[in-house]
Ligand binder design. Structure first.
Ligand code: GLN
Length: 481
């Protein structure tokens, strides 16, 4: 059996017993990438020399010692490109490490390779990448999801033991669901955003893609914590998130929000999620119907707030400080040409929308009102979490759709995140875990189960996710590539 099919925990056993070395792990990944990434297209670049150097001196007894981890191309790693899959950042090399990277390094992990994504993390299919196409490892004609599609695809295809992604409206959970791996969005403020290229600063959070729930806990342990360089990171003690894994979940209360079980969910997704609910009941959990009455406004509110924040955040890409610079005679024209040439159509659409909702005369009607509805959405969650420990829903209303299917219809694409977006608006934690397959023609496509947890209670969320994972076999399935 090749090393690359191992989880982090399994790899660590081999590293610590000296059955394999970190360099073996890197070499095994390289061989696997050479075999499959021509078809999957998950990686944008890899800095092998740096990875091998780190591997040579890695202390395997550290929490992630000697474990290579792939990084979404929106997180800065010193000396490596950070393109955000945009032409505007072509040629840009990061001068510093993001805090999550510093923390990974301190824990002995090896930042390994940069994964493809939708440009500036805007999208749900990876098709907004200006640089590369990524395919779903389960069916190469379909999307891996997005925006962190590259991270999900390389983990699912055994081209990485784990990967980091970012989740602003679902970009970790939705691709994890579509590719059949575990994807965790931590509570807003749990993980530092310093060195994560900002899309929507009040929603963005970094989190892991892994093959198992335990591995997600291991990575979360390392990347969490207050960072003086991110004023929105919160000073909360970081527990060991593996402590409660394996504990009984008898008596746990699982809320099923009735607004999340409406028409439009693919019947096979629906039946996989229903079966998961029954599984939880047989593990002793109590299932309770709850209501999140403002859910219907989540997508609308998100596309006002996220675009408003994006329009401000992306103003820094003007051709002066970073990456691509258009030739021109005067400064204003240089800004305009650089941005016209550098940004793709979806990014431009968001900047225009965001600028519009912030402009005087429209600010009150759109931006301010959306902020108020955001408060109501957050309050819905606070209220139900007085009654239940976690919420359960599908991660995505359907399994992976065909590449090219949605590219002409942005609204349809926006609905891919209908179940994930509210968690970002509320700032709570969420996870997607494999819960079955949808059969479409010859294809077997993974289905994801979403669990949402109280803020800063990732330990409980992970415990409940782990109980289901251990009672089922879904996480052991791999695509035939
Ligand atoms: N698909 C959503 C969007 O396009 C979410 C993206 C994300 O979470 N980064 O904005």
């Amino acid at each position: 059996m090749s090393l690359t099919s191992l989880s982090i925990s399994e790899l660590q056993q081999k590293l610590r017993s000296r059955e394999a070395s970190p360099l073996d792990a890197i070499n095994a990944l390289e061989a696997r990438i050479a075999t499959v990434d021509g078809r999957v297209g998950g990686y944008l670049s890899r800095n092998l020399e740096a990875a091998r150097q780190l591997a040579a001196t890695a202390d395997v007894n550290l929490p992630l010692g000697g474990v290579p981890i792939a990084i979404k191309d929106v997180i800065n790693v010193s000396g490596e490109p950070c393109t955000c899959a945009s032409k505007i950042l072509k040629g840009y090399v990061s001068p510093y490490d993001a805090t999550v990277i510093t923390k990974l390094r301190q824990a002995g992990a090896i930042p390994f390779g940069r994964t493809n994504m939708d440009e500036f993390a805007m999208g749900s299919s990876c098709e907004n990448s200006a640089l590369q196409r990524t395919a779903n490892p389960w069916d190469l004609t379909r999307t891996p999801g997005g925006s962190s599609g590259g991270s999900a695809a390389v983990v699912a295809a055994d081209e990485a033991f784990a990967a980091l992604g970012s989740d602003t409206g679902g970009s970790i959970r939705q691709p994890a669901a579509l590719c059949g791996c575990v994807g965790l969005k931590p509570t807003y403020g749990r993980v530092s955003r310093f060195g994560l290229v900002a899309f929507a600063s009040s929603l963005d959070q970094v989190g892991p893609f892994t093959k198992t729930v335990r591995d997600a806990a291991l990575v979360l342990n390392v990347i969490s914590g207050r960072d003086p360089r991110d004023s929105t990171s919160i000073d909360q003690s970081v527990p060991d998130h593996t402590t409660h894994l394996g504990e009984d979940i008898k008596g746990i209360r699982i809320g099923v929000p009735k607004e999340y079980f409406v028409d439009g969910i693919d019947p096979q997704v629906r039946s996989a999620v229903d079966a998961a609910l029954r599984q939880y009941e047989s593990l002793g959990a109590e299932v309770v119907e709850v209501s999140l009455p403002h859910t219907e406004h989540a997508v609308g509110v998100y596309y006002i707030l996220a675009t408003a924040e994006a329009s401000a955040n992306l103003a820094r890409f003007d051709g002066v400080r970073y990456g691509h610079r258009a030739a021109s005679a005067n400064l204003l024209e240089q800004y305009q040409r650089t941005r016209a040439e550098g940004f793709g159509p979806e990014v431009k659409r968001r900047i225009i929308l965001g600028t519009y909702v912030l402009s005087s005369g429209y600010y009150d009607a759109f931006y301010l009102r959306a902020q108020k509805v955001r408060t109501l959405i957050r309050r819905d969650f606070t209220q139900v979490f007085e009654k239940v420990d976690v919420l359960l829903s599908p991660t995505s209303p359907e399994a992976a759709f065909k590449l090219g299917d949605r590219t002409d219809d942005p609204l349809k694409m926006y609905l891919a995140d209908i179940f994930t977006i509210a968690a970002n608006l509320a700032g709570i934690s969420g996870i997607s875990i494999p819960c079955g397959f949808a059969h479409v023609g010859e294809s077997r496509l993974p289905v994801g189960l979403q669990l949402l947890g109280r803020p800063f209670e990732e330990s409980t969320l992970l415990k409940i996710a782990h109980a289901y994972e251990q009672a089922t076999q879904w996480h052991k399935e791999r695509p035939a590539l």
